[in-house]
Ligand binder design. Sequence first.
Ligand code: FRU
Length: 722
Amino acid sequence: MKTFLLALFVGWSAVAMAMADDADILVADFEWETWESSGWTVTGEAFGPGPAEGTLPRQMKVTGYLGQRLVNSFHGGDDPVGTLTSPAFTIQRKYLNFLIGGGGFAGETCMNLLVDGRVVRTATGPNTQPGGTEALDWKSWDVRDLTGQQAVLQIVDSRSGGWGHINVDHIVQSDRKVELVTIGRDLTVDRKYLHLPVRSGAPMRLMRLIADGTMVRQFEIELAEDRPDFWTYTEVDAWKGKTLRVEVDRMLGDSTVLEALTLGDTWPERDQIYAERLRPQFHFSPARGWMNDPNGMVYYDGQYHLFFQHNPFGTSWGNMTWGHAVSTDMIHWRQRRNALHMDRLGTIFSGSGLVDHQNTTGWATDQHQPIVAVYTSAGGTSAESRGQPFTQSIAYSVDGGRSFTKYEDNPVLDHLVGGNRDPKVIWHEPTEQWVMVLYLQRPRFAFFGSPDLRSWTKLSELEIPDGHECPDLFELPVDGDPENTRWVVWEAAGRYFVGHFDGQTFTPETPLLDSCYGANDYAAQTFSDIPRDDGRRIQIAWMRRGRYPDMPFNQQMTVPRVLTLRTTPEGIRLFIEPVEELAVLRTRKHSHEDVILHATPVRLESGDGKLFDIQAVFELGEARTVGIDVRGHRIEYSVDDQQLSALGRRAPLRAEAGRITLRILVDRTSVEVFANEGRVQMAHCFLPDADQRELTVFATGGPARAPSISVWELRPSLPADP
Ligand code: FRU
């Protein structure tokens, strides 16, 4: 009777739940300081002296645990092993719910439920490959068949090496299974941006935007349930006036995370952008999120367009999108809306851009020639494209690069082999066709020809020993002589051939040569369509592997640099020098003449700046080494070895007439070194030490002389925000 009356008031289902569900019983929250005080017994070293306070030394950030502590068997790294065993308890509820993360190896990195000494349930973390995530996630065991039995939990780490650890937290007996469900919220789009809170290390979740019942965008995001590391954004103005449904998979039903989402015509924390501690000051970096290869580099109507591999939703690689920035001088960049988002064919991997001056595509309008982006549709790299292979696609802009439309019959080049990708397309004047150079599979690259960018025919193949990814192909005069040209084929690691290209086949005339000797130089690309009266071949590379801890962005580009072919005693070689446009950033100049170098470092007056453009000439004299220390990093030339070394890397460099020249660009988190007018080039990233600001020069083994050292302080190029 009582039940019936209650049901009338509050609804039958709620009552049914209240009657069926007894309160949860906490088995362990691991909020103790030591194992001793807990009643759990520990063996081995892996579990340490007690529950860990989050992340352990040298571990990726551990997230997803509750409270302050958790079981974390990464004490001493992956190698140590051990077990952790609970006191016996009686199974009194239908489910055992818990958080688990770490290694995914059955029997080796796992939690077992034992009844009568037998393993009756087992669970592991999710990771078996390098990479992965240290986020803990919920799991449930249905233990209805074990009700009333005495049980013991055993957490096992018997594995050494990659992902040889296990993380566990918050074990509860419950009558309710922890269920991860899809949650959703409807928003009326009246603003440009949707704001998204990100917490790096939070469980990676799939988020979908649905407009008018159609899924319009889908991406993975470490959605912050509380305290975001930063806010990012995605443009939603294409659906202005409509209802946009935002859905996230695999969330706890009572999650309130979607309540935090907001819309705005700007985005949160935008005013702090570029003021961050590790933000490059005159190298391009994205406002938010991850960046890798430069893509689609093209000049059109007074503007340089730099597209780039971009994860707008997090600071790790993923969700590959083409970000976009424009500039009139290649120094001051303005980030635009993202140009290409993933679709059913895949995420948008690297590729190139060009202007279709002759309207071979037929897409020209009265106002604009088509700008065409040729890219890899990386099938299988997103939920939507599961099972698709890597193919090549195109998109075009007829508004000067403001917006792009994907060609409706993509892909334009079907899958050929493996992870074939990174099409670089040029107009080959003598044979009047478009030529694509494409990475097939290490070490194979191929050339294709097309009259209209839509249909492609294979022309030939080229092997680049150990060559990999992101090819480039261009023609350059030798020593500035337009009558004497060569072609260059380039691959991602900056190794290149000089040779001949007849529109069909590339024939190398040099061995494979090196051009990038620094630690952080990869996947460079050159601009298409630089006007003839300029005539320069201008390249930008991704400064791979730079570190920017705790920043809302990740990675930076090199400065733009000019490539030339020059005759050297070794043969024709590529020279790489920064673009002259950098001079616009120079402020105060400190000139040093006739500096005598010896073992005691000589301090160079450099004002109170931290950003420098340094030009130095060193006459080697009697010295065995000469060099310069920049913010605590040594750049040194060894006369005996004929080697230039900088930040742990070395490059062969021949002194000319007893001297070497150095051009050094110093940004907040990078140093680029160009020696002997670009004969050698080294790009490096570093983490700045606020106390190390000095510039000093030295020589060892005997005196040397620097006839001139110019130090310009630079102003930040303060890239305009999106
Ligand atoms: C090079 C690369 C390319 C690929 C892209 C994906 O860094 O691996 O081959 O297109 O990055 O982001």
